[in-house]
Design a protein around this ligand. Structure first.
Ligand code: SF4
Length: 490
């Protein structure tokens, strides 16, 4: 039962009663002297023409201005801290007008509640994290799965409506927490069934089973042979680039053939795909080239005595240059390990030099559904069509998004291009993410927008606003393009 002085928050389906001085379940709303307030500052972005500091309290800075509180084309109102409306049919919290190159524009902002959302995680590492389709856990709960292995990276898919709503309450809560941490740039500790423990954080190197990854591979084993064959030619008789996917062998590879590298009688285990390219030379693992081998000779059979010779020089190296070993064949054609000659040292160093720093990339993926679209227009499908026709630009906290083709407004955004702590949650559980729709005012009217709710940016100025410099690599959300200017519709 709510006490008399508690007020009800209606910004999400939880409908918290909040006592004076307290916050609701999500810590986003509070009862401040009997008024429901959004706790966090509302973030506005300034074009990187600088105000000096990256974060400047709104009023402090406004004192230097000429009474024109916000110069509309230089500031962009994000949805971060803007608040949420619930239920769906209410207009979005802010529908802000601006003028861009003489064209009247509107930006509709709302903190969307996403039950259908997740994270696509790209982890730059050769190390085997776990078999595809294995369950990824956080705090023991299933929060996602391992998906495909990409070029030098392993992909995890976390979250999604099934983990948020389709399992136990704990599974949903932990999934939401994990997504929130990752989206807000915090680390998350994940454990993969039949695989590794990995600590991931946007923009930081992954830590796999306690070892921080440094570099992502220069290429697959075959590509590495192709790239460095010339540098090895004449300095060594045979090179094997060990790779869990495609192991390369110099003397058999087309690159070696064209250079005239002599046959060496080497015998690789695994399945030969094409000359000099072998699949499945070992099991996946966290050792040489993402395999489970610690002794590289274990992937070789005996040398063919008709082709090999005593003194044959063999370099074995992984796709990152992290592992390498040099051998020479003795009189019985046995590979004997020797110190790496200086002239080969350079080529191993070159492989390492060509490997980029290993990082984790967190892409938030969500579907803008009911409350979002209905908060923009009374005819939600018209917003979808307008986005598809590039008449409406979608941004997340001012960052550009990728819109998936096909139905709906399903988008992905790189969280590292968004302002810090842009995400929140509600305990339904769901992720709260900022989303902005920018379009020409005339188009907004045509798609059934809430034109009576349009107001100027100056009208929302308050001490609760905070200005930050826009991310320098992001296109300016109000820049005049087809989408922003509505040129297509002229
Ligand atoms: S969880 Fe947050 S947004 Fe939802 S009703 Fe409670 S305070 Fe409001």
């Amino acid at each position: 039962m709510a006490s008399d002085d508690a007020i009800r928050c209606d910004a999400c389906p939880v409908l918290c009663y909040i006592k004076p001085g307290r916050t609701g379940s999500c810590d986003r709303y509070a009862n401040h002297q009997g008024k429901l307030i959004r706790v966090d500052p509302h973030i506005l972005l300034d074009q990187a023409v600088s105000r000096g500091n990256s974060v400047v309290p709104f009023l402090e800075n406004s004192e230097q201005w000429d009474g024109n509180i916000v110069r509309s084309t230089e500031s962009f109102v994000t949805a971060i801290g803007a608040g949420t409306t619930y239920p769906d049919y209410k207009p979005a919290p802010f529908i802000i007008s601006s003028k861009v190159d003489g064209v009247d524009m509107v930006t509709v902002v709302t903190e969307g509640i996403f039950s259908y959302c997740g994270v696509k995680l790209k982890i730059d590492t050769d190390r085997h994290l776990g078999p595809e389709r294995s369950v990824v856990r956080a705090q023991g709960e299933a929060v996602g799965h391992v998906t495909t292995n990409e070029y030098g990276s392993q992909m995890l898919s976390l979250g999604g409506v099934r983990h948020l709503t389709g399992g136990s309450r704990s599974e949903g809560t932990v999934t939401c927490e994990t997504l929130l941490d990752l989206c807000n740039g915090k680390p998350a500790e994940l454990e993969i069934d039949d695989g590794a423990k990995v600590t991931v954080q946007a923009g930081k190197p992954p830590v796999v089973d306690g070892v921080q990854e440094e570099r992502m591979r220069v290429g697959c084993g075959s590509a590495t042979i192709g790239m460095f064959a010339k540098q090895w030619f004449g300095k060594v008789d045979e090179v094997v680039v060990v790779d869990d996917h495609i192991t390369g062998v110099l003397s058999e590879h087309q690159a070696g053939k064209l250079l005239g590298v002599r046959e060496t009688g080497i015998k690789l285990r695994g399945r030969r795909s094409t000359p000099g390219r072998y699949f499945q030379v070992a099991e996946p693992g966290t050792a040489w080239g993402g395999t489970n081998i610690r002794n590289p000779l274990s992937i070789l059979g005996p040398f063919n005595p008709k082709k090999a010779w005593s003194g044959l020089r063999l370099l074995m190296v992984s796709t990152t240059g992290e592992h390498y070993a040099y051998f020479e064949l003795d009189d019985q054609l046995r590979a004997m390990e020797k110190e790496l000659p200086t002239e080969l040292n350079n080529s191993v160093a070159r492989i390492k030099e060509n490997c980029e720093p290993a990082l984790c990339t967190v892409m938030f993926m969500g579907g803008a559904g009911g409350s979002l679209r209905a908060g923009v227009t009374e005819n939600p499908v018209s917003l979808t069509l307008s986005v598809r026709d590039a008449l409406t630009r979608v941004t997340c906290g001012g960052a550009p998004v990728y819109i998936w083709p096909g139905g709906g407004i399903t988008f992905m955004v790189d969280v590292s291009r968004m302002p810090a702590n842009a995400f929140g949650y509600v305990p339904t559980p769901a992720i709260v993410a900022p989303i902005e729709f920018t379009l020409r005012l005339s188009n907004y009217a045509k798609l059934g927008g809430y034109v009576n709710e349009v107001r100027s940016l100056a009208s929302i100025s308050s001490p609760g606003n905070e200005h930050r410099d826009a991310h320098p690599e992001n296109p300016w959300p109000l820049a005049s393009t087809d989408a922003a200017s509505g040129r297509k519709n002229k």
